[in-house]
Design a protein around this ligand. Sequence first.
Ligand SMILES: NC(=O)c1ccc[n+]([C@@H]2O[C@H](COP(=O)([O-])OP(=O)(O)OC[C@H]3O[C@@H](n4cnc5c(N)ncnc54)[C@H](OP(=O)(O)O)[C@@H]3O)[C@@H](O)[C@H]2O)c1
Length: 178
Amino acid sequence: MTEKPVRLDICIIAAMTPSGVIGRSGTLPWRMPSDLQRFRHLTLGHSVVMGYKTFAEIIARRGAPLTERINYVVTNHHVDQVRQSGATPLRTLYGGVADTWLNAKEYYIIGGRSLYEEALSRADRMLLTIIEADVVGDVYFPTIDYSQWHLVRETEITRFDPRDEHPSRFKEYERIKR
Ligand SMILES: NC(=O)c1ccc[n+]([C@@H]2O[C@H](COP(=O)([O-])OP(=O)(O)OC[C@H]3O[C@@H](n4cnc5c(N)ncnc54)[C@H](OP(=O)(O)O)[C@@H]3O)[C@@H](O)[C@H]2O)c1
């Protein structure tokens, strides 16, 4: 019997300024607890896929991979370190995930730039937090071709958490099926 191909739902999740800044000096250039909470809530119980630098930042900040999620790390040079942490190394973004995690229905591409760039042409959904601030950074989200995307929902968040440094808005996109 031929196995039915698994339909993967690929979702990009990112926070960026209006000019596209996503990072600075290997970390997030803002303090936005409400966005980290939303990220946790959305990704909990799912697979998350990240580049090695994003993984290294998570380990530096938390001491361990993200809990209650299956952590995949795309890397060619740090396979042993990733394995030792309990996360799963992948040599490539898509091939690896499809082969390794056949039962997954949904997985979240959580950065950084190189992974977003690769994922943009194939992702089904995009969850973007726009941080309403002019923040200096050294890593940018790749250019989005908005003709490919339909804005499903937009929510304004006015300092939902008093510790948030900036106001933000949350935008949910779906790929336009042609
Ligand atoms: N604002 C946000 O939502 C958000 C989200 C995530 C990250 N960030 C920020 O973004 C910055 C990190 O992003 P980044 O783009 O510099 O790095 P990254 O994508 O996290 O990691 C890059 C590394 O991942 C591996 N890699 C990536 N793509 C690969 C591929 N296709 N095949 C094989 N290996 C691949 C390589 O590591 P090896 O050398 O080990 O092979 C590469 O050096 C940080 O500042 C972080 O805080 C922001």
